[in-house]
Design a protein around this ligand. Structure first.
Ligand code: FRU
Length: 500
């Protein structure tokens, strides 16, 4: 199918029909499933970036996402859509939003469309709030609404845009509205940047249509990037405690951050007490959270990063979401990110590896476990392994040329995921520092899928998320110790079912 240039010659519903036809056109579909994930959410074909509009509506979880249904590249952005009852098995639904109007159309084939945003339940009316982006237009980005009564077919508001541009001139970006309700009042944060400082702008409304700008909820201190994409501000913990999650542009290796402190709804200001990276991997960006009916603050992130090699593009698709995670408050304004318990439904065959000493220099293969989809919980006694550097080798090839190394060094407190020998795709070592838990142990909880590794250390105190692209035959797992002996307390491994 040919790419359309002038979007406005078709109505929104016509554009959606075209997008859905493209998705069922085999010549545009997935050509090779060698990197298709077994239990992570992916687009049926084409391109995906940010999760959008995460919500539980009438008991069902909905995920929308930045989507180009015409091919595995960032093109005219649509909103893909899927729903689930359990956060694990997803049913793909028709494309929800397509570029079609003067405020969200595409003239040059790239750099426009229905950009990121969020979803709310407005007294039963399923409402999407998104950024209309038109490359080169002034203002380039405006905020828009679309609504649905059946949760499938969305109509753009006739009165769009609802915010016609940023509150100040000469800014850099004005996008990714995240909306939530507090009492009778709708609240919104929008990403913005000015003079080299990223900001999250705070707005209020009583009807989702007329918005009052209150002020910046938070802004960079000069070290946190020049534009804050996908801000998400939410209450977490006691009293006025809130967390602001951001995806700062141009902050070096740091791609996501969270800032926590008390939020004042009158002044619209977050008093930041703690600021830190949200995930320490290479492939974690534009995360969004939502509250479910069990009071959980759940999060999905885009499990890729702009500018990376993205080898799956050659196979006709691109992009995945992380596993669903719950955000929980921890001491000192910190947060933890833990896998949701629903993921246990994926567990199949279980292997328990006995407590053992791993001698210095050894690589101990775990015989009989050869799977692309695994969950592992390894507990090491760090206080009894002080001189060592130890960990797990994943996706090892027979000749050992391929392997992904997860290691901990008690002396330095550095936890790393090394993908310099992981296969094709980008290389590099992700690192974070973490102390053993109070009992002197370090706990590594890993989710391995066909082309991804997610690590949750010490019950979600730190996470590392990476894509890897090993050869399909590289399926070995080993434990290792260097520079000293290491003490393994327990290792549980589950083969995970495929939900594709
Ligand atoms: C983040 C982002 C958003 C934007 C969207 C466009 O990855 O750049 O700021 O709305 O992607 O697809």
């Amino acid at each position: 199918m040919e790419k359309m240039i002038d979007m406005t010659q078709f109505s929104h519903q016509e554009r959606i029909e075209m997008a859905n036809r493209a998705l069922s056109d085999p010549s545009l579909g997935v050509k090779n499933d060698r990197f298709r994930l077994h239990y992570h959410f992916m687009p049926p074909a084409g391109w995906m970036n940010d999760p959008n509009g995460l919500i539980q509506y009438r008991g069902e979880y909905h995920v929308f996402y930045q989507h180009d249904p015409y091919g595995p590249q960032q093109g005219p952005m649509h909103w893909g859509h899927a729903k689930s009852r359990d956060l694990i098995r997803w049913e793909h639904l028709p494309v929800a939003l397509a570029p079609s109007e003067t405020y969200d159309w595409v003239t040059e084939g790239i750099g426009g469309g229905c950009w990121s945003g969020s979803a709310v339940d407005d007294d039963g009316l399923f409402t999407l709030v998104y950024t209309g982006h038109v490359d080169g237009r002034r203002p380039e980005e405006v905020q828009c609404l679309a609504t649905s009564t059946d949760g499938i077919r969305f109509e753009k508001a006739a009165f769009n845009p609802v915010i016609e541009g940023p509150p100040e001139p000469d800014g850099f970006g004005f996008r990714d509205p995240k909306v939530w309700k507090r009492g009778d009042c709708w609240c919104m944060v929008v990403g913005f940047g000015k003079g080299g400082f990223g900001k999250a702008l705070f707005y209020r409304s009583f009807n989702l249509r007329e918005w009052e700008y209150v002020g910046p909820a938070a802004e960079s201190d000069g070290t946190m990037g020049d534009m804050w994409e996908c801000p998400d501000l939410f209450p977490l913990g006691e009293g006025d405690r809130h967390v602001l999650v951001i995806s700062p542009m141009n902050m070096g290796e740091t791609k996501t951050m969270y800032l926590s402190g008390d939020f004042d709804y009158e002044t619209g200001r977050l008093s930041v007490e703690h600021a830190e990276r949200l995930d320490y991997g290479f492939d974690f960006y534009a995360p969004q959270t939502f509250l479910d009916d069990r009071g959980r603050r759940l999060l999905f992130g885009w499990m890729n990063i702009w500018g990376s090699a993205m080898p799956e593009r050659g196979d006709g698709w691109m992009g995945a979401l992380t596993i669903p995670r719950e955000i929980q408050p921890a001491e000192g304004g910190k947060i933890r990110m833990v896998p949701v318990p629903e993921l246990r439904e994926l567990r199949g065959g279980h292997h328990a590896v006995k407590a053992q000493q791993i001698p210095e220099g050894a690589e101990v293969p775990l015989a009989g476990i050869r799977s692309e989809a695994l969950e592992l919980i390894a507990v090491f006694d760090a206080s009894a392994s002080k001189d060592a550097e130890f960990g797990i080798l994943l996706r090892c090839s027979e000749d050992d040329s391929e392997r992904t190394e997860v290691r901990y060094c008690p002396a330095s407190g550095i936890l790393s995921m090394d993908r310099n020998r992981s296969g094709i795709g980008d290389k590099g070592i992700s690192e974070t520092s973490i102390a053993p838990m109070d009992d002197g142990r370090i706990k590594l909880h890993l989710f391995l899928d066909r082309s991804s590794v997610e690590l949750f250390a010490n019950d979600g105190e730190r996470t590392i998320t990476n894509r890897i692209y090993p050869d399909p035959s590289s399926l070995g797992i080993k434990l290792f110790a260097r520079s000293g002996n290491a003490s393994l307390v327990s290792l549980d491994i589950w083969e995970l079912k495929s939900i594709r």
